[in-house]
Structures are given as C-alpha cells and as structure tokens.
Design a binder for this molecule. Structure first.
Ligand SMILES: Cc1ncc(COP(=O)(O)O)c(C=O)c1O
Length: 483
C-alpha cells in the first residue's frame, strides 16, 4: 500500500516538475510559432480541413491506455492540422477572431495560475484587473462614475445576465423571489435582426414567444425607430408589460448599427430598460474614425461587449457593463453562505454575486495585458483597418456587375451574392458556391439568408487579410460557379 502511494507520488512529481514544464513549453511554443508562420502566410493546404464529422470521429481514439504513451508535441501538431485556421488571412468566416499570439501566451499564464474569481480570495489579482478593465470600458461607453460591470463567458451569457437584471429592475415586483405571475405578462422589444441569444435569453427566463416583441428594421437592417411607438402601443393593447428594448451595435448578419440615440431617447421617455448588444461592434469605441457608429450608447442601462470578437482576444471574454452599478447585482439575488458573508452590494469583489458562473476563467487578464503592452491606439487602428478594408471590398463588388451587395457594409461584415448562371436558382447557387469553396479549402466564409435571398457572408476579422485576398475570393467564386 505504502509502496504504491510513493510510486504515485513520483509520477505526480514528474507531472509537476518545473524542468519538464520548461522543456515541454519550449517545444510547444516552437510548434505553435511554426504554425503561426505557416498560417499567417497562408501556407496551409486548407483554411478549414474538409473533413466530415464522421471522418473526424475516426481520427481521434478514446482508448486511453493506463500507461503513459503519447507526446504533447504530436498531439498539438495533430490538433493544429485538424482545426479551422482562424490565423489564416483567408479565414473570413464567423465572428471569432484570429487571436493575438501575445494573448495566447497570457492564457498559458492564467491556465497555470487557475485563479477563478467567484470570490476575491480565489483570485485576488484577477478580480481587481476585471474591475479596472470594466471601469475603463464603462468610461469609453460614456457611463458616469456609477458605471461598473464584470466579465462572463460569452455574449450569449452576457445578454442573458443583462436581461435578467433588466427584468428584476423593471418588472415592478421582486420577480427573483416571487417568480413569474400569471397576471403580469412581461415582454421585451427586440430588433428583428437581434442575435438569437437575445430571444433565447428571454425564453430561458420563461417569457415565452409572447414575451419577445419584434421591432421591424429598415431596408439596411437597422432597427426602425419610426416603428417604436406603434410596436409599443400594440404590445400594451395586448395586455403586455414592456420592460426593455434590446438594440444592436451591430447586428450579426449584416453588421448594421442601430441608431442608439433615438432608441435610447424612446426608452427614457417610456421608462424602459435599454440594453445594447455590442458583442461585435462595441469595440469601435476605440476608433476615432468609427466610434460615431455608437453615438447614444451612453443612454444604455446595460451593454454587452465581446473582446473575443473585435479586440483580437481568444474566446471567451465578454464584458457586461451597467450604467448603474446597483443594477449589476440584480441579475442574481442569491444568497450562499459558504461563499458570501454579507449583502451582495457590499461585496463588489466577490464576482459570483453577479455572474452566472461560479468558477470562471481569468479572462480579463488577456485584455488587460494586451492593452498595456500594445496600447489603445493599436486596437483603434485594428478597427479602422478591417472596417476600411470592408468598404474597399464593397466598392470592388459594386464595380463587378456579376455580383450584388446585400447592403452597404457599416463595419467588417459584408454580405454579397453571385448573379451569373441566371438559369439556376440563385439562392441555391450561393450555398453551392460556399460548399465548393469550403471543400477546396481556399477560404472559409459563411452564408446567410436575408429577406428570402441567400448571400455569401464574410467577416474580415483577421488584420492580415488584404484586398488581394478578397479579389482572389471573387475570382474563386466565379470559378466554382462556372463549374
Ligand atoms: C450581436 C451578437 N450578440 C451575441 C453573440 C453571441 O456571442 P457569443 O458567441 O460570444 O456567445 C453574437 C455572436 O456572433 C453576436 O454577433
């Protein structure tokens, strides 16, 4: 028995040995640096390896042996080979970014420290870093001294958390304690173009489809502020108690920024909570050239801001910022004596009072460190670069009559379709084009349907993507369509 336990100890000592870590670390950083070199120059065979889920299943075994067997270098090499290459300049897909390599190094440090900050004691430095960062973000939004927030695991959870606070604040009674009442039919007005996570949040909150009121958008997919009054009055006449409006800065499908000034004024006039889903577009606050897109955001009660979208951070890393710090305690009003000793508001440093997560990644450090290392201008320049690039790409599309833009891009999201092969079903054609490009692996792009028309959709999120890459994309589209 004793012998067995000392054998055990020696294998743990080896696993935690600093020299092992140093050697493995050097090897892995070498592998990743080589990968970065190849991916950044577009020297990989495919942006997305064309491997079906079934084939992928056969490439990974789960018959773990009892004895040590595999080598981390081989496993990391295999992982990189079989992954979607977000660092490739021809990755123009979903809104998950090509992360800053510096931020990846930060993640290594935070993984080793593993300070989750449910309570201050479990993550003293990360708690304060989060506080400083959210205060800084709150300042950029234009919230006053009372602005405050926290980080959470993704925009989806961020939207849910903010809307929970909105409900507690505006439902007119203590819904957290008393639960839903049949006599009160709560509802939230949302943009027709809101991300699905907003509607999901409301349904998770038990508000049902009836509790989601859609505000129509204009022809450019911005929330139509002219329709607010009518939508609101209709909801009241149906016996609903409207508590909030959720607007986009910007929308997912087309990257359209809502006119926040007008929506904010309407919310103020009616006493509604104003939520801004800035998961993608709030980072434009860092750009002198594009921050005007967010005019009026200071009127919001809550803002969701993903740094893993437009601040080049590895996923997940989302800030939820409240105009009034008091409201940030309203999403969850739970007591847990084993964690918290006093009233939530007195314990601003125990983050789990305000987040869905108990244990949480040290996600704010990456952002804090990269801001400190590169400075804020770097991030503003990044926004300028990719937003400008998208406008340049749009201009090229406009000059080619065999292509059609869905709408003038306002940020780095662009939707367009190929018009040739008129004898074919154009909607089907776009899907076929995308499928073929993905199977060849030359680009990774997405697709969307807007008002019954299908489009190819690109997010120009990688700062190394150039206009030549995008010209090549158009050539590729023509080429596969001709086939
Ligand atoms: C506007 C908007 N809100 C919310 C989300 C969800 O964010 P996450 O994927 O971080 O949960 C997205 C994702 O693309 C988005 O575009």
């Amino acid at each position: 028995m004793l012998k067995n336990s000392s054998e055990n100890l020696s294998s743990f000592k080896k696993a935690f040995d600093p020299e092992e870590f140093r050697n493995n670390g050097h090897k892995i950083v070498d592998v990743l640096a080589d990968y970065l070199q190849k991916a950044g120059c577009g020297q990989l065979n495919h942006v997305l390896p064309p491997i079906s889920p079934e084939e992928m299943l056969s490439l990974w075994d789960e018959d773990f042996s009892e004895k040590p067997e595999k080598d981390l270098t081989d496993l990391v090499k295999k992982l990189t080979e079989l992954s979607n290459h977000l660092l490739h300049p021809k990755y123009v897909g979903h809104q998950v970014t090509s992360p800053l390599p510096m931020a990846a190094l930060c993640s290594l440090a935070t993984s080793l420290l593993n300070n989750s900050n449910a309570v201050y004691e479990m993550g003293p430095a990360t708690t304060i870093i989060e506080r400083k960062l959210t205060k800084w973000m709150s300042g950029l939004i234009g919230f006053g001294d009372k602005g405050d927030g926290f980080f959470t695991s993704g925009g989806t959870l961020g939207n849910l958390t903010a809307l929970l606070a909105a409900r507690q604040s505006k439902s007119g009674y203590d819904i957290w304690t008393e639960g839903s009442k049949e006599s009160v039919s709560l509802a939230v007005m949302v943009s027709e173009q809101c991300h699905y996570s907003v509607k999901r949040a409301l349904q998770v909150m038990g508000m049902g489809e009836n509790g989601v009121i859609t505000i129509p958008c204009n022809e450019n997919f911005n929330l139509d502020n002219e329709k607010l009054e009518e939508t609101y009055v209709n909801a009241l006449s149906e016996g609903k108690k409207v508590i909030a409006i959720a607007a986009n800065a910007c929308s997912t499908a087309t990257g359209s920024y809502d006119d926040l000034q007008k929506t904010g004024e309407f919310c103020k006039q009616k006493g509604l909570w104003f939520h801004v889903d800035g998961a993608h577009g709030a980072s434009a606050l860092l750009s002198g050239k594009y921050k005007h897109l967010l005019n009026g955001i200071h009127q919001a009660d809550s803002v969701v801001w993903d740094t893993h979208k437009m601040m080049l951070m590895p996923a997940l890393s989302t800030a939820v910022i409240f105009k009034n710090s008091e409201n940030s305690y309203e999403a969850f009003c739970q007591k847990a004596s084993y964690l918290f000793e006093r009233e939530a508001r007195e314990e601003w440093y125990n983050m789990a009072q305000r987040t869905m997560e108990c244990t949480k990644l040290m996600m704010a450090f990456n952002v804090y460190a990269c801001l400190s290392i590169y400075g804020t201008k770097f991030f503003g320049d990044y926004i300028d670069r990719v937003y400008d690039l998208t406008k340049e790409f749009a201009e090229i599309i406009r000059q080619n009559p065999d292509f059609e833009l869905a709408v003038e891009p306002e940020c780095n999201i662009i939707c367009f379709r190929y018009l040739k092969n008129q004898d074919k079903d154009l909607n089907h054609l776009q899907f076929e084009i995308r499928k073929k490009i993905l199977s060849e692996g030359s680009f990774y792009l997405t697709q969307t349907i807007l008002r019954d028309k299908s489009y190819l959709r690109c997010t120009l999120i990688n700062p190394l993507t150039t206009i030549d890459d995008l010209k090549e994309l158009l050539i590729k589209v023509r080429e596969v369509a001709a086939k």
